[in-house]
Design a protein around this ligand. Structure first.
Ligand SMILES: C[S@@+](CC[C@H](N)C(=O)[O-])C[C@H]1O[C@@H](n2cnc3c(N)ncnc32)[C@H](O)[C@@H]1O
Length: 324
């Protein structure tokens, strides 16, 4: 992978998130996902060598490490990702600890650089499917020991995650559009002038151009709010609106250049997030991709199931691939 292709992920992991759903989980994954990996780990061979592929900041690897410690499994856990991952300090401190996780940044699924037949188990959550399928399957078959298995939780085209991602992508496209939230906020701050004072702002109330921009911005905010139905969409939108509102609230007397900088920062962050959503939407394992997984030489698809949250919402496709 070119470094430009991972930049949106580099930036995300630099921010210190542990999961790839920063708004949803306080720290690491909880609920059915956490249980799934803790249960899986208990069935791994003691002292086994485990790889978490496309691991991000190592959320799954850390869940496995915790289970290993709790059940005395002494697993040797590695976490690899194409991006410049930035695992939390707590995990980094454990990197040289045999009970901890060893992190491998710039380590793509398609060419990990690990030795042939060097892993007893490969795991991946919303990660294996990000690599080019044929190359990643070749790599998986190469690094797994014969008879060993890979456990993959993959994006499913009909999952709740994909539904939310499509909604959030739509919100982002609208916010970034020519007459969208950012453009309107920029136009209104320009109308307020280079160095607005309370007095000059009061005078603006009688300026029809400024008033129509203000109304346009309010209408756009209302339209975005009506479109944001999921928790993920609402939480993203809340952050954007807080940033915009601060320019017209406490920071209203700031010089124009500062406001432009703040809007630029906000639109860059929406744009990077939009790229991550585009990745996510495009990699979901549909029937075509599944056929590639099913028919790959050296591997057998042992299991293809639906993975649900406790409330029965579809979260992922659960796959088990065995190295023949
Ligand atoms: C949705 S995140 C999942 C991270 C982690 N597994 C989790 O569950 O929190 C997808 C990850 O795939 C990584 N990625 C994308 N393309 C990749 C590739 N070709 N090889 C390895 N990692 C890749 C990204 O950098 C990102 O960290």
């Amino acid at each position: 992978m070119e470094s430009s292709e991972t930049e949106h992920w580099n930036e995300y992991w630099r921010s210190g998130s542990i999961t790839s759903f920063a708004g949803r989980f306080q720290a690491n994954y909880e609920g059915s996902i956490a249980h799934y990996w803790a249960d899986r780990a208990r069935k791994f061979p003691p002292r086994g060598k485990i790889l978490d592929m496309a691991a991000g900041n190592g959320a799954v690897a850390m869940l496995l490490a915790e289970a290993s410690r709790r059940h005395g499994l002494a697993l040797e856990i590695h976490a690899a990702d194409a991006a410049e991952i930035h695992p939390p300090r707590q995990a980094l401190n454990e990197a040289s600890d045999p009970r901890g996780v060893r992190f491998w940044p710039a380590c793509p699924n398609e060419a990990t650089g690990f030795e042939d037949a060097s892993f007893d188990v490969v795991c991946s959550q919303f990660g294996f499917e990000y690599g080019r399928s044929e190359d990643s399957l070749n790599e998986l078959a190469r690094i797994l020991r014969p008879g060993c298995e890979a456990y993959l939780l993959c994006h499913h085209p009909d999952s709740i995650i994909l539904r939310d991602a499509r909604e959030e992508a739509g919100l982002a496209d609208r916010a970034l559009s020519e007459r969208g939230l950012i453009a309107l906020a920029k136009a209104l701050s320009e109308k307020m002038g280079e160095h607005p004072s309370r007095a000059s702002l009061r005078a603006l109330a009688d300026n029809p151009g400024a008033e129509s921009l203000r109304q346009g911005l309010n209408q756009e905010v209302a339209a975005l709010q009506a479109l944001a139905r999921s928790e993920a969409g609402q939480s993203a939108l809340r952050q954007w609106l807080d940033s915009v509102a601060s320019l017209f609230g406490p920071a209203v007397e700031q010089p124009l250049t500062r406001k432009h900088q703040a809007l630029e920062t906000l639109s860059n962050s929406i744009r990077q997030n939009r790229k991550r959503l585009a990745d996510l939407i495009s990699v979901a394992v549909d029937e075509n991709r599944l056929a590639q997984y099913r028919n790959h030489p050296g591997l057998r698809l042992e299991h293809n199931g639906a993975f649900h949250e406790k409330n029965n919402r579809l979260l992922a496709r659960e796959l088990v691939l065995k190295r023949l």
